[in-house]
Design a protein around this ligand. Structure first.
Ligand SMILES: C[S@@+](CC[C@H](N)C(=O)[O-])C[C@H]1O[C@@H](n2cnc3c(N)ncnc32)[C@H](O)[C@@H]1O
Length: 229
């Protein structure tokens, strides 16, 4: 299982330190002239500020009823409109082509196989306007980080243990109560291959949310892609 519902109740706490990405996705949304769509919208952590900043409705898709419930409550509290759909991003189908489809906080890594991601990228490509953009971020696997963290118990942001299954390019985040979230990392060439087969192309690849260039020492892929011209 890639996302254990047990994580949902703790998600606010888990994601509290992740704030750098919001301005980046807000900026892309401001530049987009048309429908905005977040894949794996979760509790609306990014979608709500995007809707606030643009004054526009954001369509959010997520497979977790518990996360969507939180997104609904938080959007109502913030007084913004989110159009939330329970569904799998692999089956993305929109009523209207999007000007921006984005997927923050490494959520594409919850898809276990390359085929799952290919299907998602193909769905994204057919769901974009001709001038639409697709943006996402994902960590770059670093064997030094893996060696240091594997099996180590950590207290922040809440008690958990991280385990690496290198043969399956998978990292399991296991909360002390047993709730587990798994991520399957991907290399730069895998991301480029996914774009290629889906008929998309890289517009920019950054190494972080300040739009610094991606380099050998970068540990985060921040991609902005567009349909091939
Ligand atoms: C790390 S959270 C990200 C939530 C939000 N985008 C954010 O940035 O805070 C990952 C989310 O991915 C969702 N998810 C996992 N697999 C999914 C899938 N196949 N289709 C749609 N959502 C999925 C989970 O339910 C969870 O809400």
């Amino acid at each position: 299982m890639s996302w254990d519902e047990g994580f949902a109740a703790r998600y606010d706490e888990w994601s509290a330190a992740m704030t750098d990405d919001v301005a980046f996705y807000v900026e892309l949304a401001r530049e987009a002239d048309g429908p905005l769509v977040e894949l794996a919208v979760g509790n609306g952590r990014v979608a709500i500020p995007v809707a606030q900043a643009t004054g526009r409705r954001v369509v959010g898709i997520d497979s977790s009823p518990a996360m969507l419930e939180q997104a609904r409550a938080r959007a109502a509290e913030a007084g913004v409109e989110l159009e939330l759909h329970e569904g799998d991003m692999r089956d993305l189908a929109l009523d209207e082509p999007a000007a921006l489809i984005y997927c923050p906080f490494r959520a594409l890594l919850h898809l276990p196989t390359w085929a799952d991601r290919r299907r998602t990228f193909e769905r994204v490509a057919t769901s974009l306007r001709p001038d639409g953009r697709f943006a996402w971020n994902a960590f770059a696997f670093d064997h030094r980080i893996a060696a240091a963290l594997d099996g180590e118990h950590q207290d922040e942001p809440m008690p958990h243990t991280i385990r690496y299954a290198v043969g399956d390019n998978r990292v399991d985040i296991i909360l002390d109560d047993g709730a587990t979230s798994s991520l399957w990392w991907a290399t730069k060439n895998e991301w480029l291959g996914l774009l290629d087969v889906a008929g998309l192309e890289v517009e920019a690849l950054y190494g972080g949310f300040d739009r610094e260039p991606f380099g050998d020492e970068s540990r985060e892929y921040v991609f902005v892609a567009a349909r091939c011209t």
